[in-house]
Design a protein around this ligand. Sequence first.
Ligand code: SF4
Length: 320
Amino acid sequence: MTRRALRIVLARPRGFCAGVVRAVDIVERTLERFGAPVHVRHEIVHNRHVVDDFRRKGARFVEELDEVPDSAITVFSAHGVAPSVETDAVRRNLHVIDATCPLVRKIHNDARRFARQGYDVVLIGHSGHPEVIGTMGQVDGPVHLVSTVEEVAALRPASSDRLAYVTQTTLSVDDTRDIIAALQDRFPGIAGPEIDGICYATQNRQTAVRALATDVDLILVIGARNSSNSNRLREIGNEAGVETHLVSDAGMVDPAWLNGKQAVGITAGASAPEFLVQEMIDHLGTSYDIAVTEMDGPDESVYFKLPRELQTPDEADRDG
Ligand code: SF4
């Protein structure tokens, strides 16, 4: 029986960002250098496949530091932590290797600087996300979390003259623009960071999904349910009028989604490894006569150096 033709278009860029590459390298090298077990606070990145692989190699994932034995090697995840966690680690004499993404660290620095200057800080982000918990903990002063335009109307800062905003790194560019506009409308003097807090990887992947949506009639976003940037990609595809599903891997694809579809776009969140994309292509290839292309898109050359104690001598020379 001849199989039906199906065009597959791969988003570009997609998948791992520089912060995730760095976090994954940190756990790998920490395991190599110090041996198992290595304790990791929170999922190193929001992806079950990555986490399970490290678990097999001897990483132990914990939610809180009281689950880590005194003096143990401990990695902080890419999402960052509050200073209280860092203080606790010092008190417990833990050997900490910090995988906080430098772009999350920049948001921490902006938020702390505003608080030092006497501003109430408005954090645009999603309640409960580990990055948001970490950033809120960094602010020594009033901090107000908003995630929608409606919540801006309900804000009650101590003074509308000393107000500044920062953002979570993985938000929807469009939604955040609306929230910032609502903040500026209500508080015309509000200060903000010099450079937009939504990171380059989030912006590039969202732009790619928007372009993908003009060329396909179904989009599959490979990513974890608790991955903020993956959820935003799903929303953007649907908002563009293309049926879009977030799946953790090929096994989650409902065959009915393919009914009547001619072209499928595939992208992956910043914490989804490329092998899952390949597995998805192979999976679709078992039922369809597939033709795979990759859309045009920018090359990403962002690189974050590793902590000094994990660098090879060559890397230490190069990074100075
Ligand atoms: Fe860093 Fe952006 Fe990746 Fe988050 S999504 S780890 S902020 S590069």
